[in-house]
Design a protein around this ligand. Structure first.
Ligand SMILES: [Zn+2]
Ligand SMILES: [Zn+2]
Length: 245
């Protein structure tokens, strides 16, 4: 198995430990053909990127591409956006999207909710869903619907670590992702997608990415955990967008 690229890595622009250059040099060292820098969206309370940094990041990446593309490594700018409203609103708007090459979306606690009601749903109801099994189904439905609405509204490429942080209906999510040509992530730093979730998603014919979600440069391209789960879930290699035989 050959890894083409790692499409989910963080830098000091959110809460990663390395600079963009640090991640890029590691990707080059590991022989990747592509790396995406996808820091947390600006709606994250503690470690979201600053809106005004997007232009700076774009410039930095354009410069690095001049240096690394001739050597066979392409660098993409992305954001790992947050759901901030249950109508599917995310914390990345058109003004930011126009600077991006790739858009990731996932649930994160610490995302500043758009309204009080959204905050109640994201924090209180999701908390209750973990401790009171009876409410789990409704909360799962609510979380899944918000992602589905977001997939209809934004040019999303990858849903990150589905099933981490909050409950989602993997089968419904995968069905929608397939329809919109969006991939689900097998995240090497989080335990989701789990093997069981991978098996469910596979039945819906969806595509996957296996990403590192590296928060320090040395972890860029470290996909072992994700690859192990993909193998256990018997994912055909041609369904994984960033791996070739
Ligand atoms: Zn994440
Ligand atoms: Zn991440």
């Amino acid at each position: 198995m050959n890894i083409i690229g790692d499409y989910h890595t963080h830098t000091i622009y959110s809460h990663g430990k390395g600079t963009i250059r640090d991640n890029v040099e590691e990707a080059f060292k590991k022989g990747l053909k592509e790396i995406a820098i996808c820091d947390h969206g600006p709606g994250h309370f503690t470690y979201g990127i600053k809106r005004e940094d997007i232009k700076k990041m774009r410039k930095e990446i354009d410069e690095l591409n001049k240096e690394f593309q001739p050597k066979g490594l392409k660098i993409l700018l992305g954001v790992e956006a947050n759901i901030i409203r249950y109508d599917g609103t995310i914390d990345v708007d058109d003004e930011i999207i126009e600077f991006l090459d790739i858009l990731l979306l996932g649930y994160h606690f610490g995302a500043l909710p758009g309204t009080f009601k959204d905050g109640y749903k994201l924090y209180i109801l999701n908390f209750l869903s973990k401790v009171i099994p009876k409410v789990r189904k409704n909360v799962m439905e609510m979380n899944t619907l918000a992602l589905i609405k977001a997939m209809d509204r934004y040019p999303i490429d990858i849903i990150t670590h589905p099933g981490s942080k909050v409950y989602v209906d993997i089968r419904r999510l995968a069905r929608k992702a397939k329809e919109k040509d969006i991939a689900l992530e097998i995240n090497s730093s989080h335990s989701h997608l789990t093997v069981e979730e991978i098996e469910l998603a596979l039945e819906e014919d969806v595509y996957f990415y296996i990403n590192s979600d590296a928060h320090s440069p040395e972890n860029v391209g470290n996909l072992e955990n994700g690859i192990e789960r993909a193998l256990k879930g018997k994912v055909p290699v041609d369904r994984i967008k960033n791996i070739v035989e």
